[in-house]
Design a protein around this ligand. Structure first.
Ligand code: T3D
Length: 260
């Protein structure tokens, strides 16, 4: 059974983390397969990506059974795990010039929670939850957690989540602005499908630019950001999708974007 399954339907690539008996925890094989899937998402036919989990959980973070850390064992280099696996994963999600939706179908713990937060839109079932489990085993929130948490929910809530490792329900996560939306479990699939259909028909280059510029704002001054907006709008103004959007508006018809 492959650790990650991916399929393309129309312009939507669906990536499923597939170790359900281990709550889709990350081992080396799952990391490698996920990297492969995200590479495949660069196919020009793909215009939106969704990542979800098989079974009742989304992802329980690092597979702790992979770690030989009994007292007396030689210490292991977790830095290498971050450098070779989690860092490239978060960068791949951020750098993909497409909207990436994380469809959190159940618990998202440890790096599983933060990989979700590295995606562009997070939608979760009402029964899902988010757990910064790292403090329970003497680690810090990785996979971008120390970056995303304070930016998304502010430092008081970020500290509380990271220091206490309590379960945050999807409903609370939405109320706090940690995720985009929490929806009833029985409406989840149809909600996710509709979201993906909308994104896949949108002006893909424009969405990629929105993603890039919003992310860039975290490290920019206002002046630098205004310059980036000018330069980005200059490029987008030359695109076929911009011309189509304006023409469709003026003709009072639905636009047909090609992603170019
Ligand atoms: O090491 C490095 O590379 C550094 C990077 C670290 C990144 C990290 O992610 S560190 C944090 C690791 N994750 C955790 O600490 C979370 C551990 N899991 C849990 O707290 C709970 O399992 C959950 C809250 C996720 C789910 O709880 P529950 O009660 O719904 O399910 P369960 O019964 O605990 O788990 C179901 C099965 O999945 C179970 O296996 P079994 O007994 O049926 O054979 C359980 O052992 C397994 N499982 C869950 N999480 C992990 C796991 N197996 C390995 N690693 C896991 N992280």
């Amino acid at each position: 059974m492959p650790e990650v399954e991916y399929t393309v339907d129309g312009a939507v690539q669906t990536i499923t983390l597939n170790r359900p008996d281990k709550m889709n925890a990350f081992n080396r094989a799952l990391h490698a397969a996920l990297r492969e899937a995200l590479k495949a998402a660069r196919d020009p036919e793909v215009r939106a990506v969704v990542i979800t989990g098989a079974g009742r959980g989304f992802c329980a973070g690092q597979d702790l059974a992979d770690r030989a850390v009994a007292p007396g064992d030689a210490p292991i280099d977790l830095g290498a795990s971050i450098e070779n696996n989690y860092r490239p994963l978060v960068c791949a999600l951020r750098d993909l010039p497409l909207p990436v939706v994380c469809a959190v179908n159940g618990v998202a713990a440890g790096a599983g929670a933060n990989v979700a937060l590295a995606c562009d839109l997070v939608i979760a079932t009402r029964s899902a939850s988010f757990i910064q489990a790292f403090c329970r085993i003497g680690l810090i929130p990785d996979a971008g957690g120390t970056f995303f948490l304070p930016r998304l929910v502010g430092s008081a809530r970020a500290m509380g989540l990271a220091l206490l490792g309590d379960k945050l329900t999807a409903e609370q996560a939405e109320a706090w602005g940690l995720i985009w939306k929490c929806v009833d479990d029985d409406a989840f699939t149809s909600h996710v499908d509709a979201l993906l259909a909308q994104l896949a028909q949108a002006p893909t280059g424009g969405l990629a630019a929105i993603k890039r510029t919003l992310h860039a704002s975290a490290g920019n001054t206002l002046d630098a950001q205004l310059a980036l907006e000018r330069d980005t709008q200059r490029v987008l103004g030359r695109s076929a999708d911009y011309r189509e959007g304006v023409a469709a508006f003026l003709a009072k018809r639905a636009p047909h974007f090609t992603g170019r």
